[in-house]
Design a protein around this ligand. Structure first.
Ligand code: ZN
Ligand code: ZN
Length: 302
């Protein structure tokens, strides 16, 4: 064994993180599925976590050889880069052949999966929803306006949107993305699902917000509210007795919180899977009167 220090962990190293890191959909969902499976045994939400592992696998499979997505016009993308706007316009999203195929594959792919009764009923409703109805559900997800009582079927639509948008985001030019505002993904304008402190070489200990829709990571300084941008009144709440690698970053100004995952301590932490698995922390904070500021389709309706 060499006693040469590992690059990236040298004391005094100056971290120079990239502003944005794009998702790698070829691995993202498969790795997330594995993480859900690792978290499930002995967990109070085991059945649900295993179901979400199956959803993540379905997301991965849905992208294999999917039809070519409709790409925004080159001049529109250029303009977005130049004006520091998210190039993927979630508000102007129109269902194309690629997305329609991905959604159908997610629905079909879940047909044989073991799932809670509520999810089975939701899948049935989604199966019998026509294209127009599905387009309305897409709009609901993208505008964060999920009708009460229809959370489960919207979560499935959101899963298809995550796969599709990760695929689109992966094609952007990361060096041409710029901050689009607090709590706003520079690639697609989406809200964060959580934030991660990374252990990457050259960026060790820096923090990134993770987009709930397209899975792009954007650099965001630590001890600053990822929702409203204030640096005052920030505190950290964890669960007593756990590993201490996941905390809620709470903000006195907006009375909300987003979780922060210390991936530099535990590289297996996943921004979506570990968010669901730490629902206990959300319950604790709800009791304290704090609002969950992050968006995770698998916690819709919480
Ligand atoms: Zn995004
Ligand atoms: Zn805030």
């Amino acid at each position: 064994m060499s006693d040469t220090p590992t690059p990236g962990t040298i004391i005094g190293e100056v971290a120079s993180p990239p502003f944005a890191r794009l998702p790698d959909p070829a691995h993202l969902f498969a790795e997330r599925a594995e993480r859900f499976r690792t978290l499930a045994p002995g967990h109070g939400l085991a059945a649900y976590l295993l179901f979400l592992a199956d959803i993540a696998e379905t997301q991965a499979r849905a992208l294999t050889d999917a039809p070519e997505p409709t790409w925004p016009a080159a001049d529109a993308i250029e303009r977005s880069y130049d004006f520091h706007m998210p190039p993927l316009d979630r508000n102007g999203f129109v269902l194309d052949e690629a997305f329609t195929a991905v959604l159908s594959r997610v629905i079909t792919g879940l047909g044989d999966v073991v799932m809670p009764e509520l999810a089975r009923a939701a899948l049935g409703r989604l199966q019998s929803t026509d294209l127009l109805g599905r387009a309305v559900m897409v709009r609901n997800v993208l505008s964060d306006a999920i009708p009460a009582g229809a959370f489960a079927e919207h979560a499935l639509v959101a899963a298809a949107l995550q796969a599709h948008f990760a695929r689109l985001a992966a094609r952007l030019a990361p060096k041409r993305l710029h901050p689009a505002g607090d709590g706003v993904c520079p690639a697609c304008g989406g809200p964060p699902v959580s934030s991660v402190v990374v252990g990457w070489q050259g960026a060790h200990g820096t923090r990134f917000c993770v987009c709930s829709l397209c899975a792009t990571l954007w650099n965001y300084v630590r001890i600053k509210c990822t929702l409203c941008g204030t640096t005052k009144g920030i505190a950290y709440q964890g669960i007593d007795g756990d590993a201490g690698t996941i905390k809620a970053e709470t903000c006195e100004s907006c009375r909300a919180y987003v979780k922060i995952l210390h991936q530099h301590t535990d590289p297996s932490l996943d921004p979506v899977a570990d968010d669901v698995a730490t629902l206990g922390l959300d319950l604790l904070l709800r009791d304290a009167g704090l609002r969950r500021g992050a968006v995770n389709p698998f916690l819709f309706g919480y």
